[in-house]
Write a protein that binds this ligand. Structure first.
Ligand code: CA
Ligand code: CA
Length: 453
């Protein structure tokens, strides 16, 4: 039962645990839903996944569980077990807890330098590595840096949650929440592009925050604080569907972080970062709010193996008060359609579409509802890329949707010019044959986006 019109991609993988056409069952409830036919790049069919992205929709009764805390979630995932599993999340799960579900704070994670026993102290760290002091602009090493690394590892052991293949994680009701968690969708061998077949739906992700950011004095002209944790990382993985979730900084906000070494301490990384040869990902109907760097697709100009991969579809997402990277793309072929962008004068807005090296974004029928503090020339950020097509998008001006060709706006304002000839045309619109008008998408996203009410 190979669907006509879609390429069958052949790979050499075993099909243990993957749903095959003969086993397809009618969904008994939303947790057993599979990605609809043609719904973005995660719907591309392969020999291992002849039905596209099905997650744990065919999980047995024994592997269908409801979890209410971190330990139960990790036990249900049983990484890297590929057996299909359907995991319902009820209520709030805090990742910063011990095995008895008692909360852990940043101080609880502090560890000494394993070599010398020198205890970690933020004061000692800052005194030692101040670029204005005797240490100058060298990358930190030695006792306090070793202690920071050990402390970061202690936190990572709690918040880093690896997601194995053939998994659906579905939030019950409208308030299922992960606090401080870093979901890492990644094969155990961590290389190449491997079929992971993961569905993440109906969840709120809040405050993935790193207690021990790294000081990188050579990042930019003034150095930077860099943090480890995304809400969701997708690495070396194919066939991932991230749908109807909400991602936000809630209690730990960038604007309340201190300035240290002349740079604001950054405890956040991405919300959904798709990197390391990942492919065939659909990100739909999510709300991304109150965050800076939102979605990185391709994390390095030097990641040459990403070329020809990173096929990602973003549709009907609401980017509400986020700073940048919605998305920022290197190498990827990314369809960005029917999304809504909003920034107020209080948003630390930088740009929306980062056009990176060899990226080919096709941005179609998106709606921009932006404060008068910003202009349409800020939507694109040129990051060594040359190609992006912008079709049917609109920029709201005094309640009117102004059709806006963002490439033309960029080319009039800046150099070097961008080229709209991206060399591909999207075709995977789910049940629809085309994108809907930007204003219609805006109306639906405001009602239907994020976890179901
Ligand atoms: Ca990241
Ligand atoms: Ca120009």
């Amino acid at each position: 039962m190979i669907r006509p019109g879609l390429a069958l991609i052949t790979t050499g993988f075993m099909s243990i645990g993957y749903l095959t056409p003969g086993l397809a069952a009618a969904p008994a409830d939303p947790g057993r839903e599979v990605l609809p036919i043609n719904d973005g790049f995660a719907a591309v069919l392969t020999s291992v996944l002849p039905l596209g992205t099905t997650g744990g929709s065919n999980a047995s009764a024994a592997r269908t569980v409801t979890v209410t805390n971190r330990s139960e979630l990790v036990a249900a995932l049983k990484y890297p077990d590929p057996t299909p599993k359907l995991i319902y999340v009820r209520g709030t799960i805090d990742a910063n807890v011990d095995d008895k579900n008692m909360p852990l704070n940043c101080r609880d994670y502090q560890r000494p330098d394993p070599a010398t026993g020198e205890p970690y102290s933020l004061y000692a760290f800052l005194t030692m590595y101040d670029p204005e002091g005797p240490w100058e602009k060298k990358a930190p090493f030695g006792g306090q840096e070793n202690a920071r690394i050990a402390s970061a590892a202690a936190q990572e052991q709690r918040v880093h949650i690896l997601i194995p293949p053939n998994t659906t994680i579905y939030g019950l009701g409208s308030d299922a929440t992960l606090v401080g968690a870093w979901f890492d969708i990644r094969p155990a061998s961590g290389s190449g592009s491997q079929p992971m077949n993961v569905i993440i739906r109906n969840l709120s992700f809040e405050d993935a925050a790193d207690c021990f950011p790294e000081w990188s004095p050579d990042d930019g002209s003034t150095g930077n604080w860099n943090s480890q944790y995304d809400a969701i990382s997708v690495r070396n993985a194919t066939h991932v569907w991230i749908d109807h979730n909400r991602f936000a900084d809630v209690r730990i906000l960038d604007e309340t972080q201190p300035v240290i070494f002349g740079r604001k301490l950054q405890v956040h990384d991405g919300l959904v970062d798709i990197t390391n040869e990942s492919d065939y990902v659909t990100v739909s109907w999510n709300v991304f709010a109150s965050h800076d760097k939102t979605m990185l697709i391709g994390n390095s100009d030097g990641a040459l193996a990403d070329a020809g991969k990173l096929h990602v579809t973003l549709h009907h997402n609401f980017f509400d008060g986020v700073g940048q990277r919605t998305p920022r793309v290197r190498y990827g072929q990314v369809h960005v359609y029917n999304n809504v962008y909003r920034a107020t004068m209080h948003t630390n807005y930088n740009s929306s579409w980062g056009v990176g090296l060899e990226s080919r974004i096709y941005a179609e029928n998106n709606y921009f509802d932006m404060s008068a503090s910003y202009g349409p020339a800020e939507v694109i950020s040129g990051q060594k890329g040359t190609l992006i097509a912008t079709v049917g998008n609109c920029w709201r001006e005094k309640d009117v949707c102004l059709p806006t060709d963002f490439v033309a706006v960029w080319n009039a304002a800046r150099d070097p010019d961008l080229n709209a000839a991206v060399g591909w045309k999207p075709s995977l619109y789910g049940p629809a044959s085309a994108a809907e008008p930007a204003e219609a998408a805006r109306a639906r996203v405001s009602v239907e986006g994020g976890p179901r009410k």
